[in-house]
Design a protein around this ligand. Structure first.
Ligand code: AHG
Ligand code: MN
Ligand code: MN
Length: 319
């Protein structure tokens, strides 16, 4: 059984990238143990509320953000971070070699029902010796040097890629370390399982309405096979299911707020998940283009997401 530290040490990755990955994943182990304490740690509830000691409660997204932010800003390898919970980028060391974008806690609506949540991260390298600006982060996802997520489920799992396949690690809680449990993750090209929030159906474009209509028509419809539907309500959980047993995940554009290109965020949700899915043989598109080829215009930019089984993504895009 190989530990993450052993795998990293025997890899060809630079020591500096190893350090960024180690600090990121170790912080996720700390987030995991905070989550496991649940109500006992007085961490549930909304920010702004007071706990029984009269102290202000912080939402777990804020706690997770503070943990990742302070751990990453403390190491010299980091030039800057961008986070869902930070309006602006946070510059760190002018000669740091890496930019890290993260969603500290994905699926926050699941926190108070003790269901799956996760942390998603995306890492870019940065040359030069300048204070970081937002512009530095506006790089297409195809330039990511590493991407991954940690899923806080019944077990805590780390799934990440550095551009040559995807590996899964399971947290050994007693040793506080991630152990390699699956290499060469592969997403089957075909599937009979989809994930989409159907409550938004009336707001979707006609092509997504027609596509899902045909999925639901099953064996009797034009697809001539039955489909199953699953929705974790945390992208990290839905993508993890796809990494484990295949499927397609869709969060399309909808006309609830036509000015928004989608709900999910490009830099710390769509891009890292797209890299993982592609590295596993799947596809990740908006309704018009490959996600990893999008030239970002802002760190909190939203995009439509259609990802998973390659043939099913093609099928969806053909509507
Ligand atoms: P976050 O908790 O980081 O804001 O992200 C939630 C996202 C994503 O994880 C999930 O796929 C989606 O929101 C769920 O949205 P619905 O409210 O439509 O279920
Ligand atoms: Mn999220
Ligand atoms: Mn979040």
């Amino acid at each position: 059984m190989q530990s993450l530290s052993g795998v990293l040490a025997s890899s060809t990755l630079s020591k500096s990238l190893q350090e960024v990955l180690t600090v990121t994943t170790n912080t996720c182990i700390d987030i995991s143990s905070t989550l496991k304490k649940g109500s006992l740690a007085g961490i549930l509830g909304m920010a702004g509320n007071e706990n029984v000691q009269g102290e202000e409660q912080k939402k777990l997204d804020v706690i997770s953000n503070d943990m990742l932010k302070s751990a990453l800003l403390a190491i010299p390898e980091v030039r800057a971070i961008a986070s869902e919970e930070e309006e602006d980028i946070v510059p760190a060391h002018t000669n740091g070699e890496y930019l890290i974008a993260f969603d500290p806690l994905d699926g926050s609506s699941n926190i108070d029902i003790n269901s799956m949540v996760g942390t998603i991260f995306s890492i870019y390298s940065k040359t030069g010796n300048q204070p970081a600006t937002e512009q530095d982060f506006l790089i297409a996802g195809n330039q990511q040097v590493a991407a991954g997520y940690v899923l806080y489920g019944p077990s805590t799992m780390l799934v990440f890629t550095t551009g040559s396949g995807v590996a899964m690690y399971t947290l050994d809680v007693d040793k506080s370390e991630f152990i390699l449990t699956q290499e060469s993750v592969s997403v089957p090209k075909d599937t009979q399982e989809f994930a989409i929030n159907v409550s938004n159906q009336r707001f979707w474009s006609e092509n997504i309405q027609n596509y899902t209509h045909d999925l639901i028509a099953g064996k009797e419809g034009p697809r001539e096979k039955n489909f199953n539907m699953r929705w974790v309500a945390a992208m990290v959980g839905d993508v993890h299911r796809i990494m484990c047993r295949g499927g397609i995940f869709i969060y399309p554009w909808d006309k609830k707020d036509p000015s928004k290109a989608g709900k999910l965020r490009l830099m710390y949700e769509a891009n890292p998940m797209a890299m993982l899915v592609e590295q596993s043989g799947g596809k990740a598109y908006t309704h018009t283009q490959r996600i990893l080829d999008i030239e970002p215009t802002g760190i909190h930019q939203r995009v439509a997401v259609i990802l998973g089984a390659a043939n099913e993504v093609d099928k969806c895009l053909s509507y």
